[in-house]
Structure formats: structure tokens, C-alpha cells
Design a binder for this molecule. Structure first.
Ligand code: CTP
Length: 416
């Protein structure tokens, strides 16, 4: 059972017909145990009254940026930071545009710019406004910054048209909030993508490497590593959900092939390189596989026996091809965007920077895989995106959330 016991939600109610549903959302969040404080925009107050919002939330309703009494009681910075999550519902096209462009002309937009608290938006608008390239671009920008989205739904609208743009139902928003705050955002994120389907990667072909490689020693033994493939597979799933044609080149894992991806199953680094090169040309390549750096030089045809002397205990290794480096340094047909991971156990960022230069890729997602972080095999990850523009440290989140954020960033980069 999902609960919100002890959670503090700051609900920003934008100006749309769907504002009335935010009254039901307040009740639903409280029913699940959350305390809800509300900000009502000027446009929002045209649709629901401060009296209704205040009566339901049981708290003061915040409306003005330059409200000196409120400022004395609680400044707007404090207001935005004293919550576990900021929820914008309904998030109008105007509010999304303000957020994407960093405007801060009223209380709601100022709070959203000033906050370091996670933000979730529930868009609601006319279908033409939703489908407008400006709104879709803003949506990509917001997602790339890690903002969670829920909805919109498809259906009849108050304006008499039909399509995407109806705000998600209060129970669905409350459910997405509870999942996000309990670290189970996988389902919510996937549903969100499936529902709203910005499809920013439609028509793009992307190759993803995932999982470990197995380098044979003899017919029954191999050298492997602890990679589960969860991050790479989650990235493939998120890219497919954004509409990309995804080729997943994966070493052995226990995972199902994500919907919409074509799997090339491989075992060794050499096979992974061949499958990756064979899948080109592509608009982007994401190398998330934990490729073995070395393989056994002379793989024994027969099972090595315990009693065959000292030679059997010494493995002579040769270096494997570097897939990321090979793709990044292609003179002909280099994909426009090549992304790698840097699994490090110390000096994570300096090593990742050096790795980016050495390999020649565009972005490196640096992550700390030292013992105790639980990254290898676990469900969470904390990555820092290293690019020519510097470093962007993302908060610790589920691998599915990292994937969704990366997919949004790729969509932004490939459509810029
Ligand atoms: N990689 C690759 N082919 C290899 C080795 C690594 O494509 N033979 C890719 C990985 O998929 C990852 C990135 O290169 O995106 C960095 O992998 P990592 O293991 O962190 O780095 P290495 O190149 O192995 O360097 P080092 O062992 O010195 O850390």
C-alpha cells in the first residue's frame, strides 16, 4: 500500500479548468497521510477560490510574491524548500514555458526557480497547445532537468476538442507522487511516458550496449563482472518509450528485453563490438555495458584440468577492443552523439573527465561503484553528467529515473 505519511507537498495550482480537480487532489493527498500547502496563481484563482483551497488544505493559501506578512512569516525561498515535493497541477502551457525559460515574475514561477526540491508537473491544456512544438520543446527541457511528469490523458476536453491534454486524474497524480517519494518511480515514470508520449525521439535510431561480457577461459569457465545490465536496459526502455528505434546489444543478463527494442545478444567484447558496428549508422550510441578490458589470449579447446601443471593456473590476457572509443573515433559515420559511462571507485569526476578525453565521446555519465554504494546490481544510481559544458550532478534516483532523464536529454540534444 502506498502511503504519504509525514510527507509535505507544496501544491501549485495553475490557471486552467482542471484547477477544480486539484481540490480533489488535496483531499486525496491528505487521505494518504500528506500535509498539503497550496500556492494559487492569479490565473488559478479565476477557476477556484482561495477560500475553497484554504478550507480544504487547512492552511493559508499563498498567492502573492510581494506579500510582506507572508514574507515575514515564511519567505518564498523557505516556502519552496520546506516541502518534500513541489507539485504543479494543473501545469498550464504558460507555467511550463515559464519554468523552461527560468522566468520568475510571480510567486509560483519564483518558487519553482528558487527551489532545490524535486518537482512534478501534471500538464493540462488544449490538445493543440500540448502538441505545439514550443510546448513539446519545453516539456523535453523540463524532463531533461529531471522534472517528473504525470499525464496528460487523452480524451474529451472542456473546450469541446478531443486528444491529449486532459489533466491526469487526482488518484493517478497522488499515486505517482507516492511512488516518486518512496523511490518506486519506475512504474509511474514508464506510465507517464506511455501516456503523454512526447515521442521526442521518433525517427531516431539509437544503439545501446548493456550488461557484462563473458570472456571464455575454456568451454565451461569465463571471466565476468558484477554488472546486472539494469541501467543499460532501463536506458533502452526509456529511449524506446520516447519513440526511438532502439538496438540493444547486450551481454548475458537475467533481464527481459524492454518493449520496442531489438536485441542482439552477445557474450564477448569482440562480439559486442561487431554487433555495435553492425547496427550503425545511428543517431546516438549509449555504451552502458561493463565490457571486460581483457580476454584470455589462448582459450583452451578442452576443459582445463586441475592436474595439468602450473600453466593451467596462469592466464595470459590480451586487451579487448574498446567499443566506446572505436565508435567515438570513427572517421566516417561517427554518430552525432556518443555517450559512455565511467564506473569509478575513487576520484570519480577527474577520472571521468580524463576518460571522456581519452575515448573521444561527447558525454560521460560518471558513477561511483565502490563497495557500499550498492550501484552494481542495485536499483539506484547517482550519476554526474560530464560534457564539454562541465559537470551536472544528478541526485540519487532509481535507474529508471536516470534512464528517463537521459532519454529526455538525448531528445533535447538531437532535436536542438
Ligand atoms: N567500454 C567499452 N569497451 C571497452 C571498455 C569500456 O565500450 N572495452 C565503455 C563502457 O561501456 C563505458 C566506458 O567505456 O561506457 C567506460 O568503461 P569503464 O569500465 O569505466 O572504463 P575503462 O575504459 O575500462 O577504463 P578503466 O578500466 O581504466 O577505468
Amino acid at each position: 500500500m502506498l502511503t504519504l505519511t509525514g510527507k509535505r507537498i507544496l501544491l501549485i495550482i495553475g490557471g486552467g479548468v482542471a484547477a477544480y480537480k486539484s481540490l480533489l487532489l488535496i483531499r486525496e493527498l491528505q487521505r494518504m497521510g500528506a500535509s498539503v500547502r497550496c500556492v494559487l496563481t492569479a490565473a488559478g484563482a479565476e477557476f477556484v477560490t482561495p477560500l475553497s483551497v484554504g478550507a480544504l488544505s487547512g492552511d493559508k493559501v499563498y498567492q502573492q510574491l510581494f506579500d510582506l506578512t507572508a514574507e515575514a512569516e515564511m519567505g518564498h525561498i523557505e516556502l519552496s524548500r520546506s516541502a518534500d515535493l513541489l507539485v504543479v497541477a494543473p501545469a498550464t502551457a504558460d507555467l511550463m514555458a515559464k519554468m523552461a525559460n527560468g522566468l520568475a515574475g510571480d510567486l509560483a514561477s519564483t518558487l519553482l526557480l528558487a527551489t532545490d526540491t524535486p518537482v512534478m508537473i501534471a500538464p493540462s491544456m488544449n490538445v493543440r497547445m500540448w502538441e505545439h512544438p514550443a510546448t513539446q520543446q519545453n516539456l523535453r527541457t523540463l524532463r531533461a532537468r529531471g522534472i517528473q511528469t504525470v499525464g496528460p490523458d487523452e480524451g474529451d476536453m472542456a473546450c469541446g476538442e478531443y486528444g491529449f491534454g486532459r489533466v491526469a486524474e487526482p488518484e493517478v497524480i497522488a499515486d505517482a507522487i507516492a511512488r516518486h517519494l518512496s523511490g518506486q518511480a519506475r512504474v509511474a515514470t514508464d506510465q507517464t511516458l506511455a501516456i503523454s508520449g512526447p515521442q521526442g525521439l521518433r525517427g531516431k535510431r539509437i544503439v545501446v550496449t548493456s550488461g557484462p561480457t563473458h570472456e571464455p577461459i575454456d568451454p565451461v569457465r569465463y571471466i565476468a563482472n558484477r554488472s546486472s545490465g539494469k541501467q543499460g536496459h532501463a536506458i533502452a526502455a526509456a529511449l524506446a518509450a520516447e519513440g526511438a528505434e532502439v538496438v540493444l546489444v547486450s551481454g548475458p543478463t537475467r533481464l527481459d528485453t524492454p518493449a520496442g527494442c531489438t536485441l542482439h545478444a552477445v557474450e564477448t567484447a569482440e562480439q559486442m563490438l561487431a554487433a555495435t558496428m553492425g547496427a550503425l549508422p545511428a543517431d546516438a550510441v549509449v555504451c552502458a555495458a561493463a565490457v571486460a578490458d581483457y580476454r584470455v589470449g589462448a582459450v583452451s579447446e578442452n576443459k582445463l584440468k586441475k592436474d595439468t601443471g602450473t600453466d593451467a593456473r596462469t592466464l595470459s590476457l590480451v586487451e579487448n577492443p574498446d567499443i566506446l572509443k572505436t565508435v567515438s573515433r570513427l572517421a566516417d559515420g561517427r554518430p552525432p552523439l556518443v555517450i559512455g559511462f565511467a564506473a569509478e571507485t575513487e576520484q570519480v569526476i577527474p577520472h571521468a573527465r580524463a576518460k571522456r578525453d581519452r575515448k573521444g565521446c561527447d558525454w560521460i555519465l560518471a558513477n561511483d561503484v565502490s563497495t557500499g554504494t550498492g550501484t552494481f546490481g542495485g536499483d539506484d544510481n547517482q550519476v554526474t553528467l560530464v560534457s564539454e559544458h562541465g559537470e551536472d550532478a544528478w541526485p540519487r534516483m532509481t535507474k529508471a529515473e536516470v534512464a528517463a532523464r537521459l532519454a529526455a536529454k538525448i531528445a533535447e540534444a538531437l532535436t536542438a
